[in-house]
Design a protein around this ligand. Structure first.
Ligand SMILES: Cc1cc2nc3c(=O)[nH]c(=O)nc-3n(C[C@H](O)[C@H](O)[C@H](O)COP(=O)(O)O)c2cc1C
Ligand SMILES: O=C(O)C(=O)c1ccccc1
Length: 378
């Protein structure tokens, strides 16, 4: 279903009360449930958390100027990406180590996503394997790739993803080394060292052939060595293009010239993102980077967006500023921690209600009109 009438979702929200409604309350509830280390891992940004703060504050600089009296009794939220139609412009961002939030991790998330036909992007550092996630539900699945030092492991992941029916490869380019996350360092906390995030590696023959003796610490060392790959450059993207016919997206683009180069190279899509402020602190907020990139790309390939989407009006702003679809990150992770699959389902119901009401209230009835919605910046 992609056409909404007023209050379709709110009925469900009122009937069940599985989750607090607003983002801040959801975050608070997750803080109460998770260990201080786990909560801190999910919530914190790198460095002084300047960028994490900017992601939030920057949204407030943009204001929607509604254009009314447009008969919005039905709104169509559907989009089309890579020749497939989706009922909503939302995608669930790749989040490693989701098992930290809930034992069922990615499996619970894709089950919730399948209710709304929302694509789920599985992380390289998932606690479940590509095959397990592939079979977990009918939700569309994309695979996020952290390029590995031994590139045959990357190519093996990509082949496995193809075979398991995944529909796109998302190469994250902003994490060639891990950001300096002061809170995690103060706790001495690393989920990888704790054994999370091994699902794809422990099930990969190419990776296993590089581990002398298969035990937990060898696997952890192997993963860390592989996903830190500062040598990553454009030639790797060209090479990946040769290896797969799936659409390739680059995640973490902030510079318009990188966007232009990606288009020239034949990349299929971009994700404007600063990784939720978790990588280089001090970088531009993702929403401030969006318009210029959308302008350079000029509709040649889809431009997706994440970092700071908390509620419907945030999504409305990002879509009006040039995004073709929007990734949701922390809000679904906290919802998972609070109430597993049901928590994520409830979150999505609330979010979709909020978004479709926001479309109506701004006087737009489809994505085309939304792209023309007037936004002013302070
Ligand atoms: C706990 C956590 C783990 C993440 N793991 C990954 C990952 O494995 N790969 C990736 O590309 N991005 C990862 N991200 C970044 C998200 O995909 C997304 O860019 C970010 O969460 C957006 O910011 P927001 O959640 O504040 O909206 C992670 C984010 C969080 C919070
Ligand atoms: O924490 C992250 O943001 C992330 O991308 C990651 C990296 C390595 C392991 C787990 C998650």
């Amino acid at each position: 279903m992609s056409t909404y009438k007023s209050n379709d979702y709110i009925v469900q929200s009122i009937e069940e009360s599985l989750l607090p409604v607003g983002y801040e309350e959801i975050e608070k509830a997750a803080r109460d449930i998770l260990s201080p280390q786990a909560f801190s891992y999910i919530s914190s940004g790198a460095g002084a958390e300047e960028t994490a703060r900017k992601n939030k504050d920057a949204f407030q600089k943009y204001s929607i100027v509604p254009k009314l009296l447009n008969d919005v009794s039905e709104v169509d939220t559907s989009i089309s990406l890579f020749e497939r139609n989706y009922p909503t412009p939302f995608i669930l961002a790749p989040v490693g180590v989701l098992k930290l939030a809930d034992d069922q991790g990615d499996l619970a998330v894709t089950r919730a996503a399948s209710k709304y036909n929302i694509p789920f992007i599985q992380s390289t550092v998932s606690s479940f394997s590509i095959e397990e996630v592939g079979q977990s539900s009918g939700a569309p699945k994309w695979f996020q790739l952290y390029w590995t030092s031994l590139e045959d492991i990357s190519f093996s992941f990509v082949k496995r993803a193809e075979k398991a029916g995944y529909e796109a490869i998302v190469v994250t380019i902003d994490t060639v080394t891990l950001g300096f996350r002061e809170k995690d360092l103060s706790y001495g906390y690393s989920p990888l060292a704790d054994g999370y995030g091994q699902g794809n590696f422990e099930s990969d023959d190419v990776f296993l052939s590089t581990v002398e003796e298969v035990n937990n610490s060898a696997i952890v060392d192997g993963i860390i060595k592989n996903i830190n790959y500062p040598a990553l450059n454009w030639s790797h993207i060209s090479k990946l293009k040769e290896k797969t016919s799936l659409p390739i997206l680059l995640k973490g683009v902030l510079h318009p010239e990188d966007a232009q180069r990606a288009v020239n190279l034949g990349v299929d899509g971009l994700i404007v993102s600063n990784h939720g402020g978790r990588q280089l602190d001090g970088v531009i907020s993702s929403i401030d980077a969006l318009s210029e990139i959308a302008k350079v790309v000029n509709g040649k390939i889809p431009v997706l967006f994440d970092s700071g989407i908390r509620r419907g009006s945030d999504a409305l702003k990002a879509l009006a500023l040039g995004a073709d679809a929007v990734l949701i990150g922390r809000p679904y992770v906290y919802s998972l921690a609070i109430n597993g699959e049901k928590g994520v389902s409830q979150f999505l119901a609330n979010f979709l209600q909020d978004f479709s009401s926001s479309m109506m209230l701004s006087g737009v009835k489809n994505m085309k009109q939304l792209q023309q919605l007037k936004i002013i910046c302070d």
